[in-house]
Write a protein that binds this ligand. Sequence first.
Ligand code: IPE
Ligand code: IPE
Ligand code: MG
Length: 232
Amino acid sequence: MNKKEHAIDHLAIIMDGNGRWAKKRGLPRLLGHRAGVRTLENLVYAAKDRGIRYLSVYAFSSENWTRPSMEVSGLMKLFGYYARKKLNDLKREDVRVRFAGRREGLPDFVVEAMDRAESETLKCSSIDLIACFNYGGRQEILDSVNRFIAENPDKPLDEDSLRGYMYVPDIPDPDLIVRTSGEFRLSNFWLWQCSYSELYFTDVLWPDFDSQMLDTAIESFKMRDRRYGGLR
Ligand code: IPE
Ligand code: IPE
Ligand code: MG
């Protein structure tokens, strides 16, 4: 077994199930999201301890705007609040914070919190936390193609060039994509980058996910035979 093959450089997580977690407890959905943020905090440090260099998390999809406006504005506030409040902790833990997604359409206070988190953690290098916020995989592909064409009107487009125009161009594709809450779909996440990602699904709702469950996912990943279309 090739060791490199089973190292996780990039772990991606679809943090799903906050609403159902809250509903089970008779709580408003936003309390589920709040609990989900606490889980994320623990998981960032757990991933760092396990030598994972890039952790990307799906926090708000381009389709999540269709939710009731109260939930959407609650999520915006929560996101902006945590991006500010946790900045010192993240810096101390040497976490570089980055974002993937469209900034257009987001409230100013959210964009400001994002810019600040990115610039203040620019030199941190133990782990990159990529928050996919207002992110859609199809939108990312379209935005990248359009930017490429605008800047290179006469050049043919190929895979390597397009990669350079993705939202976060300098990170490897996810080795493993974990989705919680028992749904078996990608919901528009990392569509370009997921071509050879291993997938792991668990019924656990995101606020209940912990570092032991992360280890179970990693163990499952280690058993996979990544063939990339070839023979062995
Ligand atoms: C995931 O939890 C977080 C976001 C999409 C923002 P959900 O809010 O989708 O929770 P469920 O799927 O309704 O339980
Ligand atoms: C995917 O979850 C998006 C995030 C986790 C942010 P959703 O709950 O929005 O996905 P669907 O609607 O069940 O596919
Ligand atoms: Mg959901």
